[in-house]
Design a protein around this ligand. Structure first.
Ligand SMILES: Cc1cc2nc3c(=O)[nH]c(=O)nc-3n(C[C@H](O)[C@H](O)[C@H](O)COP(=O)(O)OP(=O)(O)OC[C@H]3O[C@@H](n4cnc5c(N)ncnc54)[C@H](O)[C@@H]3O)c2cc1C
Length: 302
């Protein structure tokens, strides 16, 4: 979608919002799939209520992009604009065991920075690409831990009240790849409380997790991590593997040979290819196991 009215562009400048017209989302997502739209880059959290009122008044729908590592975006001209926070400097400030982190911060860099200051707990998340905001929204987790366990406070734009608010950690429910935030809420910043652990010990944990990922995931290929959530008590990857579906493809969309729950873009896959592959695999799993797999990947279909 293109911002139709040049007067809006002047208003964006006044709000310190930068317009990047005609942005190809294939370049901003880890799957390397996605069409074109205008992108608005936000330098000041405080402008969000005015910005969203302006977009709504002009009937311009929007989506919120973090690092693009859990997204399958539709092909062609997209019917909404994309909002993204600009990373401030510094993006992490430490105060004892509390890390004050901007939602635009890179998750891995944040974990490493905290580790160097003897604050750990999140070693399992090393290797999860994307931003801290995306990790909060998805309640990113791995190897028995999840980011939600460390959240003490979240600053967010709440769509219901159309204003910026702060929630305590115990007011938010963090479940397996699910949070109680409303779909249009935007994470702006978080305070994490992290245990004191010597850097050497954290580094040891990080190395173990890195090795686990390297040995089981197609890290050199374009993917969005796991496509499906694991159903209670079962592994989506194991079911897909048992059906012999590793390597199955639709166009350049392919079930990874290395990890059956990772679907990769092996060349120039379109969203249509990837969605067809997802639907085919879901159907096969349903037929054999009677389990309807739920997407972990977030689909922004055009
Ligand atoms: C190789 C690989 C390995 C992965 N391994 C794991 C893993 O082990 N565990 C795991 O949990 N995930 C994993 N993922 C998936 C992904 O990295 C995580 O879900 C990540 O937290 C998404 O963050 P992001 O910033 O990239 O979000 P995006 O992909 O940009 O967005 C994902 C969703 O969050 C929303 N969102 C993003 N930022 C914000 C914000 N500030 N406020 C509100 N909503 C927002 C988007 O609108 C969208 O709905 C993996 C992905 C890859 C490519």
């Amino acid at each position: 979608m293109r911002i139709p009215d040049p007067r809006m562009v002047a208003k964006f400048m006044g709000m310190q919002v930068e317009l990047q017209p005609g942005t190809a989302l294939a370049d901003l997502t880890s799957l390397g799939i996605g069409g074109v739209t205008d992108m608005l880059r936000i330098k000041k959290h405080e402008c969000l209520p005015d910005l969203l009122n302006l977009l709504d008044a002009n009937h311009i729908p929007h989506k919120f992009l973090g690092g693009g590592s859990n997204l399958l975006v539709g092909d062609g001209e997209l019917p909404w604009v994309v909002l993204q926070l600009v990373r401030p400097e510094p993006d992490v400030v430490l105060d004892g065991n509390f890390a004050h982190v901007d939602a635009a911060a890179d998750l891995g860099r944040m974990i490493t920075f905290c580790a160097k200051n003897d604050l750990g707990g999140m070693e399992g998340l090393i290797g999860v690409p994307g931003t801290v905001g995306g990790a909060l929204r998805m309640n990113a987790g791995a190897y028995g831990m999840q980011i939600g366990s460390y959240v003490r406070e979240v600053k967010l734009y709440r769509a219901a009240g159309r204003k910026i608010e702060t929630l305590r950690g115990d007011q938010i429910s963090f479940e397996y790849r699910h949070t109680s935030f409303a779909p249009d809420d935007m994470m702006l910043a978080v305070i994490l409380e992290l245990p004191s652990i010597p850097f050497k010990e954290i580094l040891h944990g990080i190395r173990i997790c890195n090795e686990k990922r390297r040995s089981s995931q197609p890290l050199g290929q374009k993917s969005a991590g796991c496509i499906f959530k694991n159903p209670p008590g079962a592994s989506a990857g194991r079911m897909i593997d048992e059906l012999g579906l590793k390597g199955v493809s639709v166009g350049d969309a392919r079930v990874s040979d290395r990890h059956a729950n990772f679907f990769v873009n092996a060349g120039h896959a379109s969203a249509k290819d990837m969605l067809t592959l997802i639907a085919d695999v879901r159907e096969r799993v349903l037929k054999t196991y009677g389990v309807c797999l739920e997407n972990e990947v977030v689909v922004w279909n055009a």
